[in-house]
Design a binder for this molecule. Structure first.
Ligand SMILES: Nc1nc2c(ncn2[C@@H]2O[C@H](COP(=O)(O)OP(=O)(O)OP(=O)(O)O)[C@@H](O)[C@H]2O)c(=O)[nH]1
Length: 538
């Protein structure tokens, strides 16, 4: 490799130490097809001298055979390494690449631009600190630009670099750059992204990638590489509100009981008062133990084992927090969801939910609004197809401890897993606790479709009873649609048309074809269901 530190020859230990301690920046490149993502990454590697001599020789040879750049070396070939990609001419998956400069280490997530790869982008972005949004200077802000920016915002990225690429094809025009910048800023107002930088660039020619452009002397800002090396990310993690999701209870002998995990937010010292959640039992920190010895203080990002001054019951999946800095504890939440499965999301169907180290069963009870990622317009929807993004209400079979994702990624994110295939079907971000009374009341638009999917319809006039009923039915494998008593007659035709069973509990309304229970008791209802099992098979 041509890029080498002098330290490698003189003091390898000092070099390794220096390398180890360099800050790591994870970033994502996104743009439409052919905006120049691969060329940009190739250029970053090439100009920062991170390419092996033999790699360079190989792509020089390949450029003549399959490159798209005429006489010039096609640096995209360095990145689009997969044969299948080359044949199709597109990047098909998230590819991670590593490189470092004297100042920082980098991991790049290279994601495909097409709309059908929204899930790949979301996957790539979820662990990144920064996103580079590429715009072709000839085309300006496109639908995809807006989509990528929205997903970056959704996943809580705090830093964006908008790279206006192919400036060589618009005569390095300052006016064109300013036009695109103004367009982008007008759109970005809707997204609250704290840090947006702009760079006019030619990835192909190398202008403003690593070296400042001689063709654009009017641009006084930093080059792409300078921005990557200097964007401040150290304070992006939250130092407020201590959170230690317990990954492992370490009990090597009778005298030691420690709770191990990576601190997801805040800081902690021996003596601090802590609460274990969801149990709510409190204690105080005795020691903070690490492989390298005990610490006087630990903070976000550090992997530690904490011992407490009292024997309290804590197991994997629980969370230690500081007294007075409580997160949300609940079973129902409003969340953003990116649906990643070929088969559509079916409200009411049960999935595993993995929230940090907490695993439980639950379902999406309602799709509140679907977001058109291209226009940011919202609409009602009864199902979500692959790559859809929506606000949904989820209901879980046990209490979990979470934060809003925008406050803390680590404690606010979750995935949904199919219970049969074990495949990840969605990624979600917690927004807030759902309103317990309303969240199971089905909206008019969703009603018809929900009935077709759901074997039992329960009509109630009591929100608390509705919650209990739905939970108990869920536990017995039935999906229930809860309808408010006052809506019951309006929705009768749908129930009838779908040939479903209506169970009327505690309601004044008598549906013509329902089983009317005169008693509110849940157990009696369930007994009734048992004896009426034939009806449930419909
Ligand atoms: N003139 C000019 N051409 C460029 C520039 N950057 C990239 N290109 C060309 O644009 C085409 C697409 O570049 P890629 O880097 O493969 O684009 P991509 O965004 O990675 O495309 P996918 O991998 O298909 O998503 C290639 O022919 C590049 O040589 C630039 O700054 N100026």
């Amino acid at each position: 490799m041509s890029h080498q530190s002098d330290l490698i020859a003189t003091d390898i230990n000092a070099y390794l130490e220096q390398h180890q301690n360099k800050e790591l920046l994870r970033f994502l490149t996104c743009g439409s097809v052919d905006d120049g993502k691969s060329t940009l990454i190739g250029r970053l590697l090439h100009d920062s001298k991170m390419i092996y001599e033999d790699q360079l020789a190989a792509i020089e040879k390949d450029s003549q055979k399959s490159g798209t750049t005429g006489e010039k070396v096609d640096l995209a070939l360095l990145v689009d390494g997969l044969q299948a990609e080359r044949e199709q001419g597109i990047t098909i998956d998230v590819a991670y690449r590593y490189f470092s400069t004297a100042k920082r280490k980098f991991i790049i997530a290279d994601t495909p631009g097409h709309e059908q790869y929204t899930r790949n982008m979301a996957t790539g972005a979820s662990t990144c600190d920064l996103a580079i949004i590429l715009i072709d200077a000839r085309h300006g802000v496109m639908t995809q630009t807006r989509r990528h920016s929205f997903i970056a915002h959704l996943l809580g990225l705090k830093h964006l670099i908008v790279a206006v690429n192919k400036m060589d094809l618009v005569e390095f025009s300052e006016q064109r750059f300013e036009e695109i910048k103004a367009d982008y800023l007008a759109f970005a107002e809707q997204l609250s992204i704290p840090d947006i930088q702009f760079v006019p660039m030619s990835a192909l020619e190398g202008d403003n990638v690593v070296n400042a452009s001689e063709n654009m002397p009017w641009f006084k800002g930093q080059t792409m590489m300078q921005l990557l090396e200097t964007t401040q990310i150290a304070n992006d993690e939250s130092f407020e509100g201590f959170r230690l999701p317990v990954q492992y209870v370490n009990r090597p002998n009778l005298n030691f009981r420690g709770f191990a995990g990576t601190i997801a937010a805040g800081r902690i010292k021996p003596g601090d008062k802590v609460v274990a959640l969801p149990s709510g039992q409190s204690s105080s920190v005795d020691e903070i133990v690490t492989f390298d010895g005990n610490l006087d203080e630990a903070h976000v990002g550090q992997a530690v084992t904490v011992t407490l001054n009292d024997e309290i019951d804590i197991s994997r999946g629980d969370m230690l927090v500081k007294a007075g800095e409580q997160p949300m504890i609940g079973q129902s939440f409003e969340t953003k969801l990116v649906w990643m499965n070929e088969a559509p999301l079916v409200p009411g169907r049960q999935y595993y939910f993995k929230i940090g180290h907490q695993l439980c069963i639950g379902s999406v009870t309602q799709i509140n609004e679907k977001i058109d990622v291209n226009t940011l317009e919202t609409s009602r929807a009864s199902e979500l197809e692959l790559n859809s993004i929506a606000t949904v209400t989820i209901h879980l079979n046990k209490q979990v401890v979470v934060d809003a994702y925008q406050q803390n990624k680590h404690t606010g994110e979750f995935i949904m897993i199919d219970r049969l295939s074990n495949g990840t079907v969605a990624a979600g971000m917690i927004e807030k606790e759902a309103d317990a009374a309303d969240q199971r009341l089905v909206s008019d638009q969703d009603r018809k479709v929900r009935y077709q999917q759901s074997p039992v319809t329960v009509v109630v006039n009591n929100a608390e009873l509705a919650v209990q009923l739905e939970q108990r039915l869920f536990n017995r494998g039935h999906a229930a649609v809860i309808v408010r008593a006052e809506d019951a007659l309006t929705v009768c035709p749908y129930i009838e048309a779908a040939g479903l069973i209506a169970i009327v509990a505690g309601s004044e309304q008598k549906l013509p074809f329902g089983i009317t229970l005169n008693n509110n008791a849940v157990d009696e209802l369930l007994d009734e269901l048992k004896t009426q099992s034939i009806l449930l098979e419909i």
